[in-house]
Ligand binder design. Structure first.
Ligand SMILES: Nc1ncnc2c1ncn2[C@@H]1O[C@H](COP(=O)(O)OP(=O)(O)OP(=O)(O)O)[C@@H](O)[C@H]1O
Length: 927
């Protein structure tokens, strides 16, 4: 009669099977008696078995020892226990499960010479005896026993029933799992037959002499006895009583310590490696199984575990007998064995009674199963509404629970966020405070050193003291968007004045008897970066103190501001807010007519609105001569710039001076540019783009709109005059060109500076700007907070230039000398400049210096035209290191030797500052 399955291990997937309760491995430990060699070596027995379940380490262990002194298992067998007892108590029940259709495995695990083979031989024999005894006693069933045997030697599978077996392959069968291909399976005639086969296996097995065991098993041996039993009564009618199961007797090769301790023979070492590796995998599998079946279990990492996979914690009952020597010399291996046993103790099996069926019986079984499921389904159908409502209620409860949890988590998150914000704010406040302190200190220092009515602080804050209108402090740095001043007590003067300047943002004049502004304007609060009010004139006005102001009811700080800012800063903010309304009341003209500060404003306005001029000067070597010419015009040069300013840092002075030069010169070149642009075909588009991008001045728009009909090559003075006129008209309008450079803190500014610097370098590159200009600019503006404005100006005008250059129909810019600047001409200028620098290399540097320079710049000393090569290399890259090197080299060539920032500033101060003659001399421009 055909049976549905042959492999009992896989039968549960198709056959009816009766599940047993989960159970764990049956783990026992057997101590062998100490052997002759160990006695000879006076190797004491450190282990003992007590109370049948514990094995103890006899020597004293300190309390904090890493190792336990006692291990407990299902059973432990001392030296005096014979194998029968071990079998009876540690293997029999599991082994004989095979008679009831349950797969079983008996493992012997332990170090070499610990008695595995000794134990397994006895257990196998006792099991065979008992099985045949059982068969004999159960004549109501017909038993068919089959036997197969393999060994895994050096990771090769051999058939132990065949002499000189070739290695066998392992196959993955979808139904039966891993099977050994072409493995002999003997159907046993009787017990004697089996005993013969067992003897053959023992004879076939690989053994070798090691230092610990004369007959050491060098392979893992798996003997499999398959028992099929069928109830004799129902054999012809119902095969459901056919049970099929296997029992495996697994005698593992012994784990070994260092090869030297086992054997020095090379084949023993190789065997030992294979043995230890496969045992390691077995240990890993057992360890992972002991933690459950989730996750990857590396059964396939060794042939041993691959073959035994179905029996390791699957559909099989398993007993493991861990053998160990009690000798002290094996303590390490003994502990490892006990550790393995401890893990194995946790592995859960899920054995089933494997019932074989004929096809007919199997069909019947399936039909029964189907009807059972249908019944269940019907039953489920009736109970659906209730079940569903229960489930829904459960789900609702879960959802509510989760919602509560989410709310709680969100609250926690918000709290954490607010804490974080507070901390960040505290950091920012601290930075602002330090910055303001340093600014004020710098300012006061400058003021104390100044004999003049004007002084410029370290951050370019300009204080103006006017006997008529009082004290004015203009923070000339771009960070400051508002100008404010205090008037001394003078009832004849209007209480406060405000000038709204579209380009410069706003200039605020404050006048109260207390020297504090009373109006408030929240709108501009955010714009305020730094406003300081100082009573300088005669001491009648108090130094502004927001706390005083608050006390006197002049400043009403809100809770927010008080929380958010330090009192001093908050006071400033309030003060400025109050100022804003006053500012709007005061006309620019009124102010400009009577107040020299207008010059400052006008200057700044010019800077802000005409910064896109001077482009031509960027493009050729005459950049500084243009500036110099522009400087000759004193009419529009602010006095505070054109006169020597006592106490003013030279670097600052030079910057302002440069700045004023740019302004003046820009008026001319911008006009030319605008006129020129107006004649290009797509000029509307260009200008509109620039206006949209807020980078072109309002004057540009006016020119393009036809509001200015200046000739293309109008002389510089006329242009300047006209631009001034335009500029004054534009003052009342909202400035399109306010340059938003207001670094809120030094840290922010540093980041912004680096970004701007990078942008400018790229633009220089794109516009083929003069190398001298680039070097000068790069070395001068190194990230002071006062640099922000200059960086912005440079950036904007380069952007404009780049846009013009990139426009295919734009005819470029007309330089002062009438030459036209476009991409090709600028490149020509650049070539000429490189040629001049090339000549200077020969003049400025000694041969030795040149050689080291060539080496530094990667120019072969054997190559020709090295100077030309060097001049061609400068400023060809945009990375900052290259730029630094290039700027430094150009500076040296033109005589501007970098000796630290201060020195450089000083030099620039000397060169740029308009002292007596208003004549600058750029030593490095005279080449
Ligand atoms: N419980 C025991 N009582 C008496 N002798 C034992 C006992 N256990 C082992 N022996 C003896 O110790 C020696 C080594 O035993 P065995 O070969 O079974 O060790 P093993 O663990 O299989 O070693 P290997 O892993 O090297 O094959 C044998 O001579 C064996 O007779």
């Amino acid at each position: 009669m055909p049976l549905s399955l042959v492999n009992p291990i896989a039968q549960d997937c198709k056959m009816g099977s009766e599940e047993m309760a989960e159970e764990k491995f049956l783990v026992s430990v057997r101590l062998r008696p100490i052997n002759a060699k160990e006695i000879e070596k006076n190797d004491p027995a450190d282990w003992d078995c007590v109370d049948g379940t514990s094995v103890v380490f006899k020597p004293y262990l300190p309390e904090r020892s890493l190792y336990p002194s006692s291990y407990t298992f299902d059973r432990v067998f001392g030296c005096a226990c014979d194998t029968r007892q071990v079998y009876d108590e540690g293997a029999k029940e599991v082994a004989l499960s095979v008679l009831h259709g349950i797969n079983a495995s008996i493992f012997a695990y332990g170090q070499t010479s610990s008695g595995k083979t000794y134990t397994m031989c006895g257990i196998t024999a006792h099991t065979v005896d008992d099985i045949y005894d059982y068969i004999r006693r159960h004549g109501d069933r017909e038993y068919v026993l089959k036997f197969s045997a393999i060994e895994i030697y050096n990771e090769a599978v051999r058939d132990l029933l065949i002499a000189d077996s070739l290695p066998l392959r392992l196959l993955d069968d979808p139904e039966r799992g891993t099977v050994v291909d072409k493995l002999t399976e003997e159907t046993l005639r009787d017990q004697w037959h089996l005993n013969d086969l067992l003897a053959i296996c023992a004879a076939q097995r690989q053994v070798g002499e090691t230092s610990l065991n004369e007959m050491s098993s060098r392979s893992h041996q798996i003997l499999r006895l398959t028992v099929q039993s069928t109830a004799r009564e129902f054999t012809s009618k119902d095969s459901s009583s056919t049970l099929l199961a296997s029992v495996n007797f697994v005698d593992l090769a012994g784990s070994e310590r260092a090869a030297s301790q086992v054997s020095s023979a090379s084949n023993r070492i190789k065997e030992g490696c294979h043995i230890n590796r496969s045992l390691l995998t077995l240990g890993t599998v057992i360890r992972k199984l002991s933690k459950g079946r989730s996750g990857h279990i590396p059964f396939r990492d060794s042939k041993l575990t691959r073959i035994l996979q179905p029996y390791l914690g699957g559909n099989a009952r398993t007993a493991i007998i861990c053998t160990m020597s009690p000798a002290r010399s094996h303590i390490e291996q003994s502990r490892n064995t006990l550790l393995f046993a401890s893990c194995a103790k946790q592995v859960v099996t899920n054995a089933k009674v494997n019932v074989m069926m004929s096809d007919k019986a199997f069909m019947k079984h399936l039909q029964r199963e189907i009807s059972r499921l249908e019944n269940e389904l019907r039953h489920a159908g009736f109970s659906t509404p209730n079940d569903h409502s229960d489930v829904l209620q459960d789900k609702d409860a879960q959802i509510k629970k989760m919602e509560c949890k989410i709310k709680e988590l969100m609250l926690q998150r918000d709290f954490a966020q607010s804490r974080l914000n507070d901390l960040l704010q505290a950091v920012v406040d601290e930075q602002s405070r330090q910055w303001e302190e340093s600014t004020q200190a710098s300012y006061l220092h400058a003021r104390s050193n100044s004999d003049d009515t004007f002084s410029i602080s370290g951050l370019s804050g300009i204080d103006y003291q006017n006997p008529q209108i009082g004290n004015l402090r203009c923070n000339a740095q771009v960070q400051v968007n508002k100008f404010s001043y205090h008037e001394p007590l003078d009832d004849q003067l209007p209480p406060s004045r405000t000038i709204s300047n579209p380009a410069l943002n706003e200039l605020t004049l404050h006048q109260t008897k207390e020297g504090i502004i009373e109006e408030d304007s929240e709108e501009h609060c955010k714009e305020v970066r730094c406003v300081e009010i100082h009573a300088l004139s005669d001491g009648r006005a108090n130094e502004f103190n927001p706390l005083n102001a608050e006390r006197e009811g002049l400043v009403t700080p809100t809770e927010d501001t008080l929380e958010k800012f330090s009192p001093q800063y908050a006071g400033c903010i309030d003060c400025v807010n109050r100022a804003d309304e006053n500012l709007n009341k005061l006309g620019a003209d009124e102010f400009s007519q009577s107040n020299p500060v207008k010059k400052v404003i006008s200057t700044r306005e010019s800077i802000l609105t005409r910064s896109n001029s001077c482009m031509a000067s960027l493009m050729n070597n005459s950049v500084f001569s243009l500036l110099e010419d522009a400087d000759q015009d004193h009419e529009t040069t602010p006095k505070f710039l054109s006169k020597g300013i006592s106490g003013m840092p030279k670097g600052v002075g030079c910057r302002l001076s440069i700045f004023s030069d740019w302004i003046e010169e820009s008026k001319a070149s911008e006009k030319v540019l605008l006129s020129n642009m107006a004649k290009t075909a797509d000029v509307d588009e260009i200008v509109q783009k620039e206006i949209d991008a807020n980078v072109i001045s309002t004057e540009v728009k006016n020119v393009v709109d036809g509001n200015n009909e200046q000739p293309l090559f109008a002389d510089q003075e006329t242009q300047r005059h006209q631009l001034e006129t335009i500029g004054s008209e534009e003052k009342q309008k909202d400035g399109l060109n306010a340059i938003p450079c207001s670094p809120e803190s030094p840290l922010q500014w540093q980041l912004e500076f680096l970004r701007k610097q990078e942008e400018i370098i790229q633009l220089w590159h794109a516009c083929h700007v003069s190398l001298v200009h680039r070097s000068c600019f790069f070395l001068l503006f190194k990230g002071d907070t006062t640099d922000s404005f200059y960086m912005e100006v440079e950036c904007r005008r380069l952007s404009l230039l780049k846009n013009i250059f990139s426009h295919r129909n734009a005819s470029g810019i007309v330089a002062e000398d009438g030459s036209r600047l476009n991409p090709s001409s600028s490149m020509r200028y650049l070539r000429q400049e490189r040629y001049r620098l090339c000549k200077l290399i020969g003049k400025v540097f000694s041969p030795q210096e040149r050689e080291s320079l060539y080496a530094k710049w990667g120019i072969s000393l054997n190559s020709k035209k090295r100077r030309i090569q060097l001049s061609q290399l400068m400023w060809t890259e945009t990375d900052i290191e290259h730029v630094k090197e290039s700027a430094s080299l150009v500076a040296k060539l033109v005589g501007f030797v970098e000796q630290g920032e201060e020195t450089m500033k000083e030099m620039f101060g000397l060169n740029f500052a308009v002292q007596q003659t208003h004549k600058r001399s750029f030593s490095w421009m005279q080449w």
